[in-house]
Ligand binder design. Structure first.
Ligand SMILES: Cc1cc2nc3c(=O)[nH]c(=O)nc-3n(C[C@H](O)[C@H](O)[C@H](O)COP(=O)(O)OP(=O)(O)OC[C@H]3O[C@@H](n4cnc5c(N)ncnc54)[C@H](O)[C@@H]3O)c2cc1C
Length: 288
């Protein structure tokens, strides 16, 4: 399908990009990899009068690994994450999740900032950001601001971003040495968006679950942590009974709607299976 017509700008600096977005307001949209925006244009789900291409903003392509954690620039692509070997130590859960994103061609263009701003409820990065207490950094005409991932995602395709703001970075806290993780996703075909996915992390201390996180993707309007499932484990011994309790609590904590891909009842069962498998993977890592 032909795209609607629009003007195009390709600023050389973040300041120029923000100036364009400030002048044109909600009529303008940034474009990064185009892997979500171009289909939306083609289907007439959005019709901005100006596209502000971020491709020249090389200062948004950084991958920084420090004692404070991992910072990824907004223009880092999925492919960049998968081809940076240090990330496999610095944030193994992030890498495990990105491995599930789409296909080679899409991973070659899709970006961190585009995924965060697009806020698809079934996308992997927003789910990992919420599970791991990441911060999203945005720059706009009022300057930079840092938004906790849990506050950034407001609903399906809806974020806390203002029309004049661009995402510039995501920051993940440091990955502790004792941290274990599991990530399980169910999709109809490899590379499809998840019907449901679960990310589980905990710190294994004296054979107990500590700092438990249970995050879900594809189950509601936005990625969420399942606090009842976390409470079922926190401080307790690493046992089969605890795993079963956590999976049951995960299922009870969600109420997914029916949609064209699956019924709510199916997803409710699916999430308990994903949580249980992700948790067992994490435990196997702990024991190994
Ligand atoms: C067939 C197919 C399968 C896919 N499967 C998956 C999948 O399994 N998992 C998954 O997570 N994703 C999947 N995607 C989406 C893909 O990962 C996209 O690349 C991603 O969602 C958006 O990144 P982008 O850089 O292409 O953003 P764009 O398409 O360029 O932009 C998306 C939105 O974000 C805005 N935007 C972009 N960058 C910024 C910025 N820095 N600041 C503010 N706003 C910005 C744009 O204005 C637009 O509204 C799939 C896409 C396709 C086409």
């Amino acid at each position: 399908m032909k795209l609607p017509s629009f003007d195009y700008a390709c600023p050389a600096t973040i300041a120029e990009a923000i100036a364009l977005l400030t002048v044109h307001g909600a009529e303008a949209k940034p474009i990064a990899g185009g892997q979500s925006l171009v289909p939306m244009l083609a289907f007439r789900l959005t019709a901005p009068t100006l596209l502000v291409d971020l491709r020249k903003l090389s200062e948004l392509r950084h991958i920084k690994i420090t004692d404070a954690g991992v910072a990824l620039g907004a223009m880092v692509r999925w492919r960049d994450i998968l081809s940076e070997p240090r990330l496999r130590q610095a944030h193994p859960l992030l890498v495990a999740a990105v491995e599930h994103i789409a296909h080679y061609q899409i991973r070659n263009r899709g970006t961190v900032g585009g995924s965060l701003a697009h806020a698809d409820p079934a996308a992997e990065l927003p789910g990992i950001a919420v599970t791991c207490d990441a911060d999203v950094v945005a720059h706009g005409s009022a300057g930079p601001r840092v938004i906790a991932a849990a506050d950034f995602f407001r609903g399906a395709l809806t974020t806390a971003l203002r029309p004049d703001e661009i995402v510039t970075e995501i920051r993940f806290p440091a990955w502790p040495k004792l941290r274990r993780f599991g990530f399980r996703e169910f999709a109809r075909r490899r590379g499809d968006f998840a019907l449901a996915a679960a990310a589980v992390t905990f710190d294994a201390m004296e054979k107990q679950f500590r700092n438990v996180r249970v995050g879900t993707i594809g189950i509601g309007e936005r990625p969420t942590r399942l606090k009842p499932a976390e409470r079922a484990l926190e401080g307790g011994a690493i046992t089969d009974a605890a795993v079963a309790d956590c999976a049951a609590a995960a299922s009870s904590a969600v109420d997914p709607p029916d949609d064209i891909h699956a019924s709510g009842a199916y997803r409710k069962t699916l999430i308990s299976v994903m949580v249980e498998r992700a948790l067992r993977d994490a435990i196997d890592g702990a024991i190994a």
